[in-house]
Design a protein around this ligand. Sequence first.
Ligand code: PLP
Length: 392
Amino acid sequence: MTRTLASRMDRIGTETAFAVLARARQLEAQGREVVHLQIGEPDFDTPSNIIDAGVEALRSGWTHYGPAAGDPELRQAIVDYIRRSRGADYRPEQVLVTPGGKPIMFFLITALLEAGDEAIFPDPGFPIYQSMIEFTGAKAVPIALREENDFSLDVDELRSLVTDRTKLLIINSPANPTGGALSQADLEAIAELAIANDLIVLADEIYAELLYDGEHHSIAALPGMAERTVILDGFSKTYAMTGWRLGYGLFPEWLVEPVVTLMVNSNSCTSVAVQRAGLEALTGPQDAVGEFREAFMRRRELIVSGLNAIPGITCVMPKGAFYAFPNITATGMTSQQFADYLLEDYGVAAVAGTSFGAAGEGYIRISYATSEANLEKALGLIGQAVSALPVS
Ligand code: PLP
């Protein structure tokens, strides 16, 4: 029996947070207690009006295949939401609904890139960007996000990375894993660069509703940008719906048909009942969104001030999302060593900064999408772990 994989499988990466979760579960099976700070999902339940809409949809016959591109009512609601929240103009035909936001990366990058192309991605950044770019055979070019810039990007540095082969630029604001956010001035400079160099921009705005300082702006709202921007967004983070798998992209017209073809070749359509729940999420009461945001803001204060109180650890205040990205270089350990040490010796599951790119060396990612009691416990354990190390 042949067991040879296609060579393209050598080029695909993964998301380490899931591996950390698996190791944490192993330790728990051995009777160890673990504080989970590794996974990027709200700990809240989905608001009950959304659950009711999903159940009601199942009971009333939303159990058959639907259009590959998505439920027309949901696509309209998404266009209205994006116009309301971002001031960006798309038509319902440009909205493609997918099982989570992640497939938008898979579909867009597969449709767009091939060997010989270059794509610029944020480093540290969501690991699937680099993974998917490399999977297509294209060259993945990192733009470093630095602590001294509050994890925003340096537009001059970005400009220096653009070549005549650059086809795609990925931005993510507010960002995973750093919590950084791009200002309107950054977006304007990036838009100018994208237009001058004829780049497609993938704007991953999955954390748009979780910005704590200032207002979220979309690059797609800037003049000339909707026609070259794919907005990625979804329901996982905003409405605590990670397990439902519901997300979407808003695409320039010429990309719609190729992406729908990829969808027909893979998922056929997104669960139609789940899409009805999504419609309720966007058009029903929004109180829960504000409550989640307020809870995350309190936790952000708690974790960042607690980390900064530990000698040897420093942490900038994240502007959005639900991650802290503390600098751990003073421990004398690499990111991976420190993350392993925390989990194995102290039962704190966090992710090494290098899981998000080479520029993540010297950091770990802590998800504060967990209770204040868990965060207090984790801070105590991290403090003990650091104080047990030889002073460097
Ligand atoms: N984009 C970023 C930056 C993320 O952190 C995530 C999830 O962690 C996603 C996209 C995808 O989320 P989902 O597929 O659950 O919508």
